[in-house]
Design a protein around this ligand. Structure first.
Ligand code: F0G
Length: 468
């Protein structure tokens, strides 16, 4: 590549701005200003990359592909190898654990289960701390270092915390995480402890932790790494570039993600949109978001949208009705007041996707069927396959269409859930229409409990025979 083109490619990152997404505001801020929302109207911010500059770079796709074989530490990261589209100077010292570059698997058993000819699973649980959060943390913590922060903080249902703790350790920054006490998987908590974070267990739910975080926003030495921070979204959007590369730049018909705080769906929307505006794809895949029945504020809002609102994003509601006591065994997405719902809703509407809910039983069975493809994931990730099954049954996805489910976390993130499902002891605290609590047993359609077998050759062969 000529020097002139290299300079152009680099300039795109350094001339990016932070821009308010609220129609009618659109205020712009410098790329190294330490803000999280618009200081004029409190609206969400996005990073605007000047894509026009990049349109003159002829071989972006080839450059990104070539970097995958390089040993440069930025090239070994599946996020930083797309650095033309990241808001940083070319020579910035990146904080990386070589995140991204995750596998895209064929999943024939899951495909059959959901009623499709084929289904592919993009496994973001194959990241360094075993969730998709790492792709956003590498950029957010790199920005924290550039800003001279001393401490990085987040509220979390477990994965954001584990990821931030790891990247903060790499960057030698203090890390504080706010967790809803007793409501996150012990495996995730163990990660944060191991990476040396200050673990604050808060008597409340995730939404209470998130409110506390916003009270820390004006402390200059503290940098907030929740997905309200647009630098998180920048890293997370790169999964779309990588996915398109893995699909040979043929756009899948549908891409389906779980929805919690809505950072991931927002990031997917932004990534695909940038590829379209750069002319690297000629249409958008439908992006659909799946929530758990008991923690589905955005699915409820979506279901209530009028057709005029579905068509015109300017007319979208200003507020979302939060769920006061979200309930789901998929603790990663046990969130009642999602911070990034506006960006996520726009992404879904722009791509003509859907936002739906699935039950605890559907999540559990989908998780087990994904396991039968040899691909473990945590419960929140399995909402995707459960949701695809529902969308297929409803005729919103057709059997022959190309569909990708994004698995967001690894199976070992929540081993207690897995074990209870397979032993037939998984249960869920629900509330009836009258408001009384009731315990619902999850039946475990694909149950696979261990059995006691005598210590003999015959007993083992007999056991195998009986399970064939
Ligand atoms: N899947 C997993 C495994 C998650 O950990 C999360 C979010 C989501 C899906 C939903 O993604 O919030 O971007 O819509 N976990 C956050 C956390 C909230 O604190 O770890 P989202």
């Amino acid at each position: 590549m000529s020097d002139a083109i290299a300079r152009t490619a680099q300039k795109a990152g350094t001339t990016a701005v932070q821009r308010c997404i609220v129609p009618g505001c659109g205020a712009e801020f410098g790329i190294r200003e330490q803000i999280y929302v618009c200081t004029r109207c409190s609206g969400p911010l996005k990073i605007a990359i000047p894509l026009e500059l990049l349109k003159s770079v002829p071989d972006l796709r080839e450059r990104w592909q070539a970097r995958a074989a390089s040993h440069d530490s930025r090239d070994r990261s599946g996020v930083w190898r797309f650095r033309e589209l990241l808001p940083f100077d070319d020579d910035v010292p990146v904080v990386t654990l070589f995140e991204g570059n995750t596998p895209l698997y064929d999943a024939p058993r899951s495909a059959k289960y959901v009623g499709l000819t084929a289904l592919r699973l993009k496994h973001q649980g194959c990241n360094p701390t075993a969730s998709f959060k790492d792709t956003g943390m590498t950029t957010a913590v790199t920005q924290a270092k550039l800003l001279g922060a001393r401490t990085v903080v987040c509220a979390s249902t477990g994965n954001t915390a584990a990821s931030l703790a790891a990247y903060a350790a790499r960057a030698e920054l203090q890390c504080a995480i706010l967790l809803p006490q007793g409501q996150i998987s012990p495996a995730k908590l163990a990660q944060s402890m191991d990476y040396g974070a200050v673990v604050c267990e808060i008597a409340g739910n995730f939404d209470d932790c998130m409110r506390l975080i916003s009270e820390l926003a004006d402390v200059p030495s503290i940098y907030i790494a929740n997905s309200i921070n647009p630098f998180r979204i920048e890293g997370q959007k790169t999964v779309t570039f990588e996915l398109l590369e893995q699909c040979g730049w043929r756009v899948p018909d549908h891409v389906v993600v779980p929805g919690g705080n809505m950072g991931n769906s927002s990031a997917l929307g932004k990534g695909f949109d940038e590829m379209l505006r750069l002319g690297l794809i000629d249409h958008l895949p439908k992006v659909s978001v799946i929530q758990a029945d008991g923690a589905a504020p955005l699915a409820h809002l979506f279901a209530g949208l009028k057709s005029s609102e579905l068509a015109a994003e300017a007319a979208l509601p200003d507020d979302i009705a939060p769920i006061a006591n979200p309930r789901t065994l998929a603790t990663a997405i046990k969130i009642g007041a999602p911070v990034s719902w506006k960006k996520a809703l726009r992404a879904v509407l722009r791509t003509h996707g859907s936002i739906i809910t699935v039950s605890e039983q559907q999540i559990a069975d989908a998780k087990a069927i994904i396991g039968r493809d040899g691909i473990g994931c945590e419960p929140a990730s399995a909402t995707t396959v459960a949701g695809i099954r529902k969308l297929t049954a409803a005729g919103k996805i057709h059997a022959g269409e190309s569909v990708v489910a994004v698995l967001t976390g690894h199976v070992l993130k929540d081993p207690d859930y897995v074990s209870h499902y397979h032993r037939g002891t998984l249960s869920f605290e629900s509330v009836t229409a009258e408001g009384t609590a009731e315990t619902v047993q999850i039946s475990g359609a694909f149950r696979n409990a261990p059995e006691k077998v005598a210590a003999s050759r015959e007993a083992i062969l007999k056991s195998l025979e009986s399970r064939r």
